[in-house]
Structure formats: C-alpha cells, structure tokens
Design a protein around this ligand. Structure first.
Ligand code: FUB
Length: 344
C-alpha cells in the first residue's frame, strides 16, 4: 500500500492485520540485513530519522546519519539495540544519507558495508571494521575504490569467497553511471539516463571482494535477470525489473537473487546456478507494504527460513520512518518461494 490512498488507511486496523509487528519501536529502523553470527541473529538496518527534508523522487527525505545494530537470540527472542555503532561524522569521505547497510564476518572480524553520499554528492560504498558483530565499527578512510550507487549486500559462498551485490536506480544514481563515468547534468531528475521502456532494464552489480574484504577484486558486472524465454527483463517491465535492495542467498545449491521493484513496491527474485547469474525470474516474495520503499533480507535460523522486511505502519504511513519486522518464509516442493502478504 504505497503513498497514494494513505489518507484512507485506518492504521490501527492495519496494525492488527499485519502478519508481524515492529521488532523495536523506540527508534525507526529500515532495510534490515540479517545474519546469524555465533548462534545469534544480528540485524544491520538503516536508522530512520525525520531531518525535515521534503519528500522527493531522489529520496532526499532519507537523511539518515548513523547506524545501530540489533540482535536477537532467535526470531521470537528479546531484541537488543546495541546503540550507535557508526556515525557519518566519523567517516572522512562521507557527507550524508547513510542508506541501507550490510555486514559480513571473516576470521572473527566483522565488516559493516554502507552507502553514503560523499562531499561531491555522489553515492559511494564504504566499509568499517570491528572485532565484535555489534560494533562499534571503525571506518576505512576512503570509500571502496570504484564503488558507486547504494544498497550493498555481501554474500559468502560455501567456498569461502565473498561477493558484493549493489546498486539502485533513481535517487540511488545507478542510471547515472551507465556509460562508466558519472553524469552530473540533470541531477534533479531521478529518471534521466534510464533506458527506455523497450530496452533491457538496468541491472544490479556484483563484484568478488578481495581476501581482506576491503576492496573489489574485480570490475563489477551486471546481475542479469532473464524472463521465461531467456531474454533480459525490460526497463518497462516495472512489476519485475530490478530497482534496488539486492540480496543473495543459497537454497538447495541454487543461488537466489532478490530485490525490490521500487516504484511498483514488490520484493521479487530470480534463481541462478552461479553467484553471477543469470537469474531466471521466479516470482514475488513480498506484496507491497505500507510506505513507498520495500527492502528485505533472507536468512536461515535453526532450520527455518525468515524474511526480514520493513513497513511504515508504526509511523502511520510516513515513508521515511519505517520499522523492521520478521516473518517466516517458505519454499514449495519445487524450490519456489511462497509469496507473502504482509497484511491479512
Ligand atoms: O533507506 C534508504 C533507501 O530506501 C534504501 O537504500 C533503499 O533500498 C530504500 O529502502
């Protein structure tokens, strides 16, 4: 239920019909990236605030300044907020808009990956390091070399290799990198430089990380999503094409690439045979939630799979004040994910 019709929504009724409730309500949190570290669930979300910026199609109202980490002993367990683990003022290269983060672990070291706009107004992706999953995290002095756009998601494959998926169109600036260099003209238009409707859609990007997990080990390449005929999804296929919020998980040896369709508000996915794809479009994971954005992660805990997601029900529909939630996720006998309706 995106922003239109929001005036007609009875939020008390909607909250009662919601399949799950906010995990925490003393702050607003969004974009939950969940991982199991040391037998506990750790969630790395955005920390939503109201900085007074007006709603626009570039996402200027998402003016977040810091990150918290949330942990739980299990999906039904008590939730701990570990407080501020990284602030934009502590990141030399970053100026503002600390958007959707993710984390990874290697050899007992924890890495927090985050996008932010640099002082030049260009989104880059940074990394900060800690000896504990709940931080605090110390940022690297520079952003990851040749990084751009938003929404990093880091996936560890069974062979110990790590891959970063990233990118987002409109305010996430992916379309402005189409030619390989950043287009600074028409900065106020979220759709300038997008392919036309009958051209292949822009893709999320993927790059293997270096063994120290601090840089790209290769030039990022396209994460292709193909239709039932093996053709790339088109830019005009707005109910299915990639917009932002990449996530990767593995189920029964197959690679599941999931993402948000942005302006059509679905979480969708495709299935592939390698971390690079291509991924054959496989369906919807989550129907639209209250609020404009939808963003998720998927992880297994004690043999059950869970979808972590957000909505704006607690803030009564305020797009940039969201709350993190969790609900079980099921596969059918053919490995397809059963679509989740967030409200009964
Ligand atoms: O939270 C800011 C942005 O909203 C994220 O980076 C996007 O994925 C969307 O959820």
């Amino acid at each position: 239920m995106p922003e239109d019709n929001i005036d007609h929504v009875n939020f008390d009724d909607l909250s009662k019909r919601a399949i799950s409730q906010p995990l925490i309500s003393h702050i607003y949190t969004a974009d939950p990236s969940a991982h199991v570290f040391n037998g506990k669930i750790y969630i790395y979300p955005s920390h939503d605030i109201d900085a007074g910026d007006a709603f626009d199609d570039l996402g200027s109202h998402f003016a977040m300044e810091d990150y918290h980490v949330i942990s739980m002993d299990g999906p039904q367990g008590e939730v701990t907020d570990h407080g501020v683990v990284l602030h934009v003022d502590d990141v030399p290269w970053a100026d503002k808009q600390m958007w959707a983060p993710d984390a990874a672990e290697k050899n007992g070291i924890y890495y927090l990956y985050f996008p932010a706009k640099g002082h030049d107004g260009i989104f880059r992706i940074g990394v900060a390091v800690s000896s504990r999953p709940y931080g605090p995290f110390s940022p690297q002095p520079e952003a990851i070399k040749e990084s751009f756009s938003i929404d990093p998601a880091v996936f560890k494959d069974d062979n110990g290799k790590y891959y970063m998926y990233f990118g987002g169109i409109w305010g996430g600036q992916l379309q402005r990198w189409r030619t390989g260099t950043f287009k600074s003209e028409q900065a106020e238009s979220p759709v300038a430089f997008l392919p036309s409707d009958d051209e292949p859609a822009l893709c999320s990007k993927v790059a293997k990380l270096t063994s120290d997990l601090l840089e790209f080990a290769e030039t990022p390449q396209d994460v292709l999503i193909i239709d039932e005929d093996g053709k790339p999804l088109l830019s005009g296929d707005k109910d299915r094409r990639f917009f932002e919020a990449s996530w990767m998980h593995k189920y029964n040896g197959k690679y599941y690439f999931s993402y948000s369709t942005g302006d059509t508000h679905f979480i969708c996915y495709g299935i592939g045979d390698t971390p690079y794809g291509p991924f054959k479009y496989a369906g919807k994971i989550l129907e639209p939630v209250v609020g404009w954005t939808s963003h998720h992660s998927i992880c297994e805990f004690s043999g059950t799979w869970y979808l972590f997601y957000h909505d704006s029900s607690l803030s009564k529909g305020v797009t940039h004040l969201r709350s993190v939630k969790v609900t079980p996720l099921e596969y059918d006998e053919n490995g397809f994910i059963k679509t989740i309706k967030p409200y009964l």
